[in-house]
Design a protein around this ligand. Structure first.
Ligand SMILES: *[C@@H]1O[C@H](CO)[C@@H](O)[C@H](O)[C@H]1NC(C)=O
Ligand SMILES: *[C@@H]1O[C@H](CO)[C@@H](O)[C@H](O)[C@H]1NC(C)=O
Length: 191
């Protein structure tokens, strides 16, 4: 391997060890929500559980999606930082292949490659299961997963069904962490 590749693999390994979502082999190709209706998916979703993502450090994580006239989705991710101030980041998502409407790409920085955003399952009204996976060198993959909810919590019996869906998609559900959605009142009306 060239020096650059060795360095990349080392960095990747360090990042992955912390993210705990480092896996050998290529990304799985899980099945996604059938007949995905993007309109019904719009609005605010709260993060209930996730596979560790280092770029999310706050509490009260939420995402608000709005469909624009050209069919792209504007994305606003917001969270509360430990000093009780709100942090938000705006991006865009779009369906890349209209025959796979539940598979989107999301990007937060102009020019940056978009990250995959696969809606594995949603009933639009209470829960959504989202998966993202990227291949590196055809050797390893790093995956992210989120259980989202229209409210800041989901009942345990539903969560356990959603864990089964994620496990079927190849996600190590033992690595899911519960997102802190308490003390979020200051977020209300601020987004
Ligand atoms: C879009 O998805 C369909 C169905 O999965 C596939 O056959 C087709 O090759 C895809 N088109 C592109 C441009 O990737
Ligand atoms: C969740 O966040 C609140 C407010 O920031 C904090 O008081 C509480 O201790 C946190 N809970 C956990 C389980 O970390």
């Amino acid at each position: 391997m060239k020096a650059f590749q060795v360095l990349s693999v080392l960095l990747l390994t360090a990042a992955a060890a912390e993210a705990q979502s480092f896996n050998l082999g290529r990304c799985p190709q899980p099945s996604v929500q059938e007949d995905f209706n993007i309109q019904k998916y719009m609005g605010t979703w709260y993060e209930v559980e996730k596979l560790p993502a280092m770029f999310e450090k706050g509490t009260c994580n939420q995402a608000t999606y709005s469909l624009l006239a050209d069919g792209t989705v504007s994305v606003r991710n917001a969270e509360l930082l430990s000093d009780r101030t709100m942090n938000s980041v705006d991006g865009f998502a779009k369906v890349k292949n209209s025959s796979q409407p539940a598979i989107l790409g999301v990007s937060f920085f102009k020019g940056a490659p978009d990250a995959p955003y696969w809606v594995l399952s949603t009933d639009y009204l209470s829960y959504a299961v989202v998966y993202s996976c990227s291949d590196y060198f055809g050797l390893v993959h790093i995956d992210f997963a989120w259980i989202l909810s229209r409210t800041r919590a989901l009942p345990e019996d539903l969560l356990s069904v959603l864990h089964d869906k994620l496990a079927a998609a190849g996600v190590n559900v033992n690595h899911l962490t519960v997102s802190n959605q308490t003390g979020c009142d200051v977020m209300r009306g601020a987004i």
